[in-house]
Design a protein around this ligand. Structure first.
Ligand SMILES: Cc1cc2nc3c(=O)[nH]c(=O)nc-3n(C[C@H](O)[C@H](O)[C@H](O)COP(=O)(O)OP(=O)(O)OC[C@H]3O[C@@H](n4cnc5c(N)ncnc54)[C@H](O)[C@@H]3O)c2cc1C
Length: 438
């Protein structure tokens, strides 16, 4: 027995929930399945840094990042770690990442990221201003703090470039920095204030959006894992051919029965490739583990998120707590929490904020960011199955990009004119071959 479903969304993180919301807003009735629950503890959304950052227009793949990564690997407390594995997908991803780390590709990625991010930020405002559960949005900007003159000068030069894309940046002297955050020590050399940025409580915000989607007619099915997607007779690698493909997803086998969907939206974060590879399509997404540590918020800590630039640590005030987040571990789907990485974050934050950062944690967490090789998400129809829409690969800024991604997906599904040019986000931009195993 199988059940017919018009719109099946796989994944209940910020991306899947946003897709469900914008589908339901159009009067459609999406069904969202998650193997755990909305905003699962094991996903990437649950306890992330909560930042909505339209100012962050730097694609992850930037020139020089590889040599920096190699240097960091020699330092156990550094914000980056890579564990080589005997996995052909990891090596294909690395090779694509290396090719994307050029000046030309980096600069070309900035504009589409900015457009998507600004659109998303505007949607957060719209949602926060409308009736419904609290989206927890605080639009107070964020403050980038520099401890090193050379990095500060480089960042200022980059922000001047970004200003051409409309990014608002205010350059601050050390005294001006300390006037905003009195806890900062004397050795800081300068900072950048981006007033258009915002922050939310990621779990509460995602659940609030899910509740709004439910009110509009979306259905959420927790504890329902998708085991595999079955293509139709004409689908698959040999028969379907390149983009457009002609294939269709006919059946979706889940732990709670078989679904026959008209349209499938794949928003399973870092796990998305597990469902596309058996269809002969290697979506190049790798999990990149990050950590967060949440501690009680000390009196006087401002309602202003900080980014400690040289240490790659975000510090976000969240109600009566502050959350420190950072680290990028390319170690596959391994969920081990490495004490060294956690200590690295606390020490880094303590070097600037002293004992504030060293209180007993109320939450320790790690989550797998879905990393694309060029830092741009994958949003669009699958190259092989025309009723499969892909929405993943949002790297470090999936919370920021969630609502705009959801709206784009809804526009793609309903064949409306999209608000944002979707071509840079094509799921097919790296080619699609996979040998069908993972
Ligand atoms: C430490 C850290 C800090 C971060 N800080 C920020 C930030 O400040 N701002 C920002 O914009 N981004 C941030 N990010 C990145 C952001 O968290 C991710 O880009 C975003 O959460 C991705 O959302 P998603 O919905 O694609 O994936 P997820 O949140 O991982 O959701 C995927 C869901 O799919 C489900 N699923 C997987 N496989 C299946 C299956 N087979 N069947 C059914 N369900 C399945 C999972 O259970 C999960 O719930 C941070 C990430 C980390 C790790």
């Amino acid at each position: 027995m199988s059940e017919r479903v018009e719109f099946l969304v796989i994944g209940g993180g910020i991306v899947g929930v946003s897709c469900a919301y914008y589908l339901a807003e159009r009067g459609l009735r999406p069904v969202v399945v998650d193997r755990d629950e909305v905003c699962s503890f094991t996903g990437s959304t649950f306890a992330n840094a909560g930042l909505i950052v339209p100012s962050d227009v730097e694609p992850l793949a930037e020139p020089g990042v590889l040599s920096r990564g190699l240097r960091w690997m020699l330092d156990p407390g550094s914000p980056f770690w890579f564990r080589p594995r005997l996995c052909p997908y990891q090596w294909r991803w690395l090779s694509l990442f290396r090719s994307a780390c050029t000046e030309a590709r980096f600069l070309a990625g900035m504009r589409p990221l900015r457009e998507l991010s600004v659109a998303s930020s505007g949607l957060y405002d719209e949602l926060a201003a409308s009736e419904g559960p609290d989206m927890t949005l605080h639009r107070n900007g964020w403050l980038v703090v520099h401890e090193d003159g050379a990095t500060h000068a480089e960042a200022v030069a980059f922000e001047r470039e970004a200003q051409r894309l409309g990014v608002h940046a205010e350059f601050l002297e050390p005294d001006e920095l300390r006037a905003r955050v009195p806890q900062l020590p004397r050795h800081v050399v300068g900072g950048i204030f981006n007033r258009e940025n915002a922050h939310v409580l990621p779990d509460k915000c995602t659940r609030a959006l899910a509740d709004r989607a439910r009110t509009l007619g979306a259905e959420f099915r927790p504890k329902t894992e998708v085991l595999h997607l079955e293509g139709g007779r004409d689908a698959g690698r040999r028969a379907a051919g390149p983009a457009g493909g002609g294939g269709r997803i006919r059946r979706v086998v889940t732990t709670r029965g078989v679904v026959e969907p008209d349209t499938v939206v794949l928003a399973a974060g870092a796990w998305s490739p597990h469902l596309t590879r058996p269809l002969g399509f290697d979506l190049p997404v790798q999990p990149a583990k990050g950590y967060s540590i949440t501690v009680p918020r000390p009196d006087g800590f401002p309602e202003l998120p900080l980014y400690l630039a040289e240490r790659h640590i975000c510090i976000t005030p969240m109600d009566d707590t502050i959350r420190m987040a950072g680290t990028l571990e390319l170690s596959g789907y391994d969920t081990t929490m490495r004490p060294r990485r956690l200590r690295g974050i606390v020490r880094g934050a303590a070097a600037l904020l002293g004992p504030l950062a060293e209180q007993e944690p109320t939450l320790l967490w790690r989550g797998p960011r879905p990393l694309s090789p060029d830092g741009l998400p994958f949003i669009g129809r699958s190259p092989r199955h025309e009723n499969l829409v892909i929405a993943t690969g949002h790297c470090m800024i999936g919370l920021s990009l969630g609502p705009a991604t959801g709206k784009l997906v809804a526009q793609i599904v309903t064949r409306e004119e999209p608000d944002v040019d979707v071509r840079p986000f094509s799921p097919d931009r790296f080619g699609a071959d996979a040998d069908g195993t993972h």
